[in-house]
Design a protein around this ligand. Sequence first.
Ligand SMILES: CC(C)(COP(=O)(O)OP(=O)(O)OC[C@H]1O[C@@H](n2cnc3c(N)ncnc32)[C@H](O)[C@@H]1OP(=O)(O)O)[C@@H](O)C(=O)NCCC(=O)NCCS
Length: 164
Amino acid sequence: MPFNIRELENENDWNFFTDLDFLSFITTIQDVDQFSEKELRQKYKEFEESDSLNPRDSNHRIFILWENNTTRAGLIWLCNRDPFWRFNDQHVWVYNLHIIPQFRKQGLARKLMIKAEDWCLEQGLDTLALHAIEDNLPVRKLYESLDYKLVETHNESCFYEKKL
Ligand SMILES: CC(C)(COP(=O)(O)OP(=O)(O)OC[C@H]1O[C@@H](n2cnc3c(N)ncnc32)[C@H](O)[C@@H]1OP(=O)(O)O)[C@@H](O)C(=O)NCCC(=O)NCCS
């Protein structure tokens, strides 16, 4: 396969990260078609400002999927995270998984999830966790096919965990 995975390396990669973070953010908005691009950008800005998360911190890792070492096809954003709420162990949290549309349905998200498992083991951990919007059936199907167990539903969110 002409695809490989590399750690995020430079500011162009960060721009790609921000673009896909916005696109994943809007998948969480109900009735998204009712909003203009400008309104969605504003919502994203507000969300970012309300959130203390910093993906540049050392416990975060972003892996970019490349086609032929020339085209960015998707990414996964991971974090080595302390226990919280229903998650009792130190774990790797998946903050974002995104494959750009022309590369979907080729097993590439699955490939990035396997990378996440490898990174989790490298961190000396055996637990991954994440959340998905209830309506996002493609990604839920992906996680369930990889043996993620639904541990909680809250509002429109589904929380999953996997023990390696
Ligand atoms: C969800 C997403 C990451 C899947 O990426 P992908 O590379 O197309 O997924 P894969 O080809 O690796 O598919 C793996 C499995 O996921 C499930 N799946 C993926 N797309 C699906 C779809 N459109 N409908 C139903 N199941 C789907 C299937 O179980 C599939 O396995 P199969 O091909 O053996 O049936 C991609 O659609 C995406 O980036 N969506 C927008 C961003 C997003 O919603 N991110 C998630 C949370 S932030």
